[in-house]
Design a protein around this ligand. Structure first.
Ligand code: FAD
Length: 295
């Protein structure tokens, strides 16, 4: 059996829109990508210092109107425990049963020291424990195959992941990476440390290499030279560039499937074409029509 014909599952990550145009694009993307039948979709939280509203508004629609299995991301940034619990209650009232639980980035910006709210959760594991107390949430957490920038070393990072798994997380979704050997080594270390939950690779189809490099620098992910080599000279050839970018992501997933991985979390950047091209290359079956109709 080739890697292509093996079954695999996907989840798609979206972020809340910041303008009417972005809103239109989000719902069109959610609709069009629904034909690929993701196990669940996720909506990020708190980007650029925003609060719960954009996430809550989006997940309300995803769940209440579109009936899509949706996970709301939730961070501890700038919130007391009472405030975080109030957000959890709001999510629950909107029908949210899946949460991606995160500490979040410092409100003062990535790279500055994280200062927890004096009455807030200081560690993600504490937030996970609070969610477990509610009883009926499916809880995902983050994982960093190349370590989180604040971790002194990979062992410290694995310890953090273990604390989250021990607190009751059901799976980890990773930061994006491009070197599957790095992921495999991380997975082995995690298993050796007694972490048994699924660790789902985060796959970032490359929309724009220059932007990706800037983002990767901030979040401690590396961009291997082979990406430059493959995408070199294609800046002015968007169609060719998109083909190569889709090949890169599909080849990464195929290789991971050969290594025994069957679940993938895909960073969609709220755009259809590249994700669609990746799914097609993987021979993924699709529903005859979108599962939903965006208004
Ligand atoms: P954790 O994994 O809990 O911790 C990361 C590292 O920080 C640890 O390894 C440790 O080195 C250090 N650390 C944390 N707590 C302590 C402590 N108490 N004492 C000492 N060291 C500590 N950000 C958003 O703002 N919104 C989102 O929706 C969002 N979604 C994400 C989804 C995924 C799949 C991933 C991988 C990341 C996401 N992020 C998001 C980014 C994330 O918030 C940042 O990377 C943040 O800096 C760490 O949050 P975390 O929950 O991943 O941290």
């Amino acid at each position: 059996m080739t890697a292509k014909s093996e079954p695999f599952s996907v989840s798609f990550e979206y972020f809340p829109p910041k303008s009417d145009e972005m809103e239109r694009q989000l719902w069109q993307t959610v609709e069009e990508l629904s034909v690929w039948e993701p196990d669940f979709i996720t909506m990020t939280y708190g980007a650029g210092g925003s609060t719960k509203e954009p996430t809550l508004t989006a997940v309300k629609r995803m769940i209440g109107e579109l009936h899509l299995p949706t996970a709301a991301h939730l961070t501890c940034v700038d919130a007391s425990r009472d405030e975080t619990r109030a957000v959890i209650e709001d999510f629950r009232a909107a029908g949210v049963r899946r949460i991606v639980a995160l500490r979040g980035d410092p409100a003062t910006g990535i790279g500055t020291a994280y200062a927890p709210h004096p009455q807030g959760y200081s560690r993600t594991a504490d937030l996970v424990r609070a969610l477990v107390e509610y009883g009926d949430f499916d809880i995902s957490v983050s994982a960093y195959p190349e370590k989180h920038p604040e971790s002194p070393d990979i062992d410290a990072d694995i310890e953090t992941l273990k604390s989250k798994a021990d607190a009751g997380a059901h799976r980890a979704l990773t930061q994006f990476f491009f070197d599957n050997d790095v992921f495999e080594r991380y997975l082995e270390k995690a298993r050796a440390a007694g972490i048994a939950i699924p660790i789902v690779p985060g796959i970032m189809p490359i929309q724009n290499l220059a932007q990706l490099k800037r983002f990767a620098r901030r979040c401690g992910a590396s961009v291997p030279p082979f990406l430059d080599a493959r995408l070199e000279g294609l800046d002015e050839k968007p169609e060719e560039r998109a083909e190569v970018a889709a090949d890169i992501a599909a080849e990464q997933i195929e290789d991971l499937i050969r290594r025994g991985i069957h679940d993938f979390h895909i960073y969609t950047m709220n755009r259809v074409p590249l994700v669609e091209a990746v799914m097609k290359r993987l021979g993924r079956g699709q529903a005859a029509a979108p599962r939903i109709a965006a208004a």
